[in-house]
Design a protein around this ligand. Structure first.
Ligand SMILES: [Zn+2]
Length: 222
């Protein structure tokens, strides 16, 4: 059984890839270069793929003109405290990103006869992005039922989101159990030499490692 796994190079998508492989899927990793402000995570995705020796498609799909702190260098990435995260939709939201990514991944899945798309979305320790919530994935699967050939034939591509309802600590523990190469991942929204430790992504990641009783192998600024 074949699957496509969206891989950004971050913690969540790497643990999701490890899980898909552990489940016995023949996985092709799909990384989308959507014009993110730094290339650091693309390098991380390449390193993770090299570790697992799985086929990798790096798709160039620039979201030119999309408003987000992750694609527009003139919009600063906010520093936030843990208690501030998840109550609003921050500037790092990329409009419709998971709709775009899942559409590309589902189309690719249909093309190579893969039955599932894996995505490392999370709706617990997350930034409040609407396209990371369970109801979004249910709706997306319904769309694939009516909008794709596989759907019409009665076996639509499934969207697998194994960490959707896990805390970041649970994701870290799952990654360690699956022996995922967490040291190769990059989660920071800023593409510095070291992770900043203050953006949403760093804050959630650090909290996850701390609550899991583990040390994050990635270097931080301070
Ligand atoms: Zn950061």
């Amino acid at each position: 059984m074949k699957a496509i796994c969206l891989l950004s190079g971050g913690l969540d998508s790497t643990v999701t890839l490890a899980y898909a492989l552990h489940q016995g899927y023949e996985v092709t990793a799909l990384t989308i270069n959507y014009g993110q402000r730094h290339k650091r995570e693309l390098d991380a995705a390449r390193a993770v793929v090299a570790h697992y020796k799985v086929p990798h498609i790096l798709m160039e799909f620039p979201l030119t003109g999309f408003r987000s702190a992750l694609t527009d260098e003139s919009i600063p990435v906010p520093d936030r405290r843990p208690e501030e995260i998840g109550y609003d939709i921050p500037e790092t939201y990329v409009p419709a990103r998971n709709i775009v990514f899942l559409s590309l991944a589902a189309g690719l899945a249909e093309s190579v006869d893969a039955s599932a798309v894996f995505i490392g979305a999370n709706s617990i320790d997350y930034s409040g992005y609407p396209d990371c919530r369970p109801e979004f994935f249910q709706s997306f699967e319904s769309m694939l039922e009516v909008g794709t050939k596989r759907g019409v034939l009665g076996h639509p591509v499934r969207i697998e989101h194994p960490i959707l309802k896990k805390t970041k600590a649970e994701i870290v523990k799952m990654g360690m159990k699956l022996q995922a190469p967490l040291h190769l991942t990059w989660s920071c929204y800023r593409g510095g030499e070291k992770a900043c430790g203050h953006c949403d992504s760093c804050v959630l990641r650090l909290k996850g490692f701390k609550e899991a009783g583990a040390k994050d192998p990635v270097p931080y600024e301070d």
